[in-house]
Design a protein around this ligand. Structure first.
Ligand code: ADP
Length: 481
């Protein structure tokens, strides 16, 4: 089967969060199942530099009227996965992050940038003489790709079944309806059952309404977005729609997140050599100027600083850290106010708290390897990947009971299966109580090791998720034939 996988980021070319990990790994896992998968990404400068260009760019003309665009065939540098990069300097060649300028505001032309991504996906899907490769299925991911099935519908193109995966329903791609013409959408689609969401044009809703099937990244999040206000206003659409919503949790790329062979960590280790993990802990304490106490529990966070992630709860729970004689390392970036609060907290309790504000992939590996615990106090969490990586590194997760965290972590109260510590309420006191439970187990080294080994043995390989996606594609192809 031929599958076109469309996303706005993919590791190792460009990454701001979990979507990149998924887009870098799931297509590869599908390839290993014998599928012919090609990835389509915007040609950001970083992606153009890192990808291995494999042939002549194909001119796309000036499809949006804002500049010339080319489709450049390339390969991923690690996996060799085929990737098409949309090289459109007017839209993608700029400094700043993928979605925002350096002042933290969304790029004002995001509607054009991601309309181009969706439009090229639709062009490839129509196939014909265009590039000599026509997918049987298109897999779209998040709002940046939501217009793909709308263009196919508008063009009256032969039906290529499409799947739309929600990685985070809070990001809805909302724009003023005045841009409809600029992105070549017909006004007739702008209504309550179409692209309109509370007076705005929503690219997310476009995907939800026009794709043939919707998936999201964990079974629990699938239920939550249908039946609670975590659906962000889309609950009705998701429950009344005929197409159905499937929740399949993400996997981990264990070639990249592998403590026995991780090139980024000072001391590789396995579940039978957990003593070696201490070398990583000491190195991490040193790197962050924390006292190198071997017996001080070392907690960690690797996260975007967005309201979703509940890091403000940690801020309020900091006194617990001192009371437990624990240390905390935070690696994150995002909300400037929160960054400032953590900066001053770190200055006032230097023996207990150290922070790195920014994005650093190798550092995320060193933290996973060196810390004893990973905190994920999210208000909501579609799947979450850091806790899955933490399990493999024997770094026990302390997580809020929500979304994919429920599907991947088992509370320690289940004595035979527990792999971490869960709490219900999004409050500092509930988080503190979970931290206390974690530290009290940590003080019993034999029991701690048993749980570490169990956690390291949990398997969230991509293969299982890839098989479920393949079955879904096969079913859709049959249904739309
Ligand atoms: P989300 O996609 O909501 O940001 P996930 O847990 O699904 O959260 O995925 C986050 C990914 O981004 C993980 O691979 C994690 O290691 C990485 N990450 C998050 N923040 C940072 C950071 N500051 N530096 C390096 N990697 C980070």
């Amino acid at each position: 089967m031929k599958i076109l996988f469309v996303a706005s980021e993919a590791y190792p070319l460009v990454k701001t969060g979990g979507l990149a990990d998924v887009a870098g790994a799931l297509p590869v896992a599908l390839g290993e199942l014998g599928q012919d998968v090609r990835l389509l990404l915007p040609g950001y400068p970083e992606a153009m530099d890192k990808a291995q260009i494999k042939g002549k760019p194909l001119s796309l003309g000036n499809p949006q009227g804002i500049g010339q665009a080319w489709l450049t065939p390339a390969c991923m540098p690690d996996s060799g996965l085929f990737v098409w990069l949309i090289d459109c300097p007017a839209l993608f060649d700029r400094k700043g992050s993928l979605y925002q300028a350096s002042d933290g505001r969304d790029w004002p032309d995001n509607h054009l940038r991601f309309a181009l991504l969706a439009r090229v996906a639709a062009m490839i899907s129509v196939g014909g003489g265009f590039i000599g490769w026509k997918p049987d299925v298109i897999h779209c991911n998040d709002w940046q790709t939501g217009l793909t099935p709308v263009y196919l519908e508008q063009w009256g193109a032969p039906r290529t079944p499409s799947i739309f995966t929600i990685h985070n329903i809070q990001y809805q791609g909302l724009f003023d309806p005045g841009v409809l013409g600029a992105v070549s959408l017909r006004h007739e689609h702008f209504h309550l059952e179409g692209l309109e969401f509370h007076g705005f044009l929503s690219y997310l809703k476009a995907g939800l309404v026009y794709a043939d099937h919707i998936t999201t990244v964990s079974p629990t999040y699938a239920k939550e977005i249908c039946h609670t206000d975590l659906g962000c206003g889309f609950q009705g659409l998701l429950t009344t729609g005929e197409k159905g919503l499937t929740g399949m949790h993400n996997g981990s790329d264990y070639e990249i997140w592998k403590p026995t062979k991780d090139p980024y960590i000072p001391q590789p280790y396995s579940e039978t050599q957990l003593g070696k993990k201490k070398v990583n802990k000491k190195a991490l304490q040193k790197e962050f100027n924390l006292p190198c106490y071997e017996d001080a529990p070392l907690l960690s966070v690797i996260s975007r600083m967005a309201n979703q992630k509940g890091l403000d709860l940690i801020l309020e729970a900091l006194p617990t850290l001192a009371r437990l004689n624990a240390q905390l390392i935070i690696v994150g970036f995002g909300n400037p106010a929160l960054e400032e609060c953590f900066k001053s907290a770190a200055a006032s309790m230097p023996k207990h708290l150290a922070i790195f504000l920014g994005y650093d992939e190798p550092l995320a590996h060193r933290v996973q390897a060196g810390a004893d615990m990973l905190l994920v106090p999210s208000r909501f969490e579609p799947c979450g990947l850091t806790q899955i990586y933490a399990l493999r590194y024997g770094t026990l997760p302390v997580v809020r009971r929500t979304g994919g965290l429920v599907d991947t972590v088992t509370d320690i109260s289940d004595m035979d299966n527990g792999t971490g510590f869960m709490f219900n309420d999004a409050t500092p006191s509930a988080l503190s109580a979970a931290m206390e439970r974690a530290v009290s187990l940590y003080r019993k080294p034999k029991d701690w090791r048993i749980v570490q080994r169990r956690a390291m043995g949990r398997d969230y390989d991509w293969r299982r998720a890839a098989e479920s996606y393949r079955n879904l594609y096969t079913r859709l192809v049959k249904e739309t034939a």
